[in-house]
Design a protein around this ligand. Structure first.
Ligand SMILES: [Zn+2]
Length: 108
C-alpha cells in the first residue's frame, strides 16, 4: 500500500469515526407490526378489517427479548433509530477492513 493510499484510508476512518458520533438516536431491535381483533362482537375487525397496526420494537434486555410498544407519534423516530443502527454496523465493518489493512502493512 502506498503512503498516499494509507493516508486516504486514515482520512476515511477519521470521517467514519466522526459519523459514529452523529448516530445518537440509534436503536438496536427488530420491528414488529401487529393487527388485532377486539372483544366487540359486531366490530368491523371480525370481518377481516383488523385493528392496527400497533408497532413494537423487540429489544434485548439482559439476554431476554422484550417488546416495547411504539406510539404512532414515535414511529418515525424509531425507524430512524433502526436505520442509524444499520449505519453503525456498516461503519464498524468498514473500519474493520481498514484496520486489517493497517495491521497487514505493519507486518511487512
Ligand atoms: Zn374490533
Amino acid at each position: 500500500m502506498s503512503r498516499r493510499t494509507a493516508k486516504k484510508q486514515q482520512e476515511e476512518r477519521g470521517k467514519l469515526l466522526a459519523e459514529l458520533g452523529t448516530l445518537s438516536r440509534l436503536l438496536h431491535g427488530s420491528w414488529v407490526e401487529r393487527y388485532s381483533v377486539c372483544a366487540r362482537e359486531n366490530c368491523k375487525c371480525r370481518s377481516g378489517e383488523r385493528h392496527g397496526p400497533r408497532r413494537y420494537l423487540v429489544v434485548n434486555e439482559e439476554g431476554r427479548q422484550r417488546q416495547k410498544y411504539v406510539a404512532n407519534a414515535q414511529v418515525q423516530v424509531a425507524l430512524e433509530g433502526l436505520a442509524q443502527y444499520r449505519r453503525l454496523r456498516e461503519i464498524v465493518e468498514r473500519i474493520t477492513q481498514i484496520n486489517l489493512t493497517v495491521m497487514k502493512e505493519a507486518e511487512l
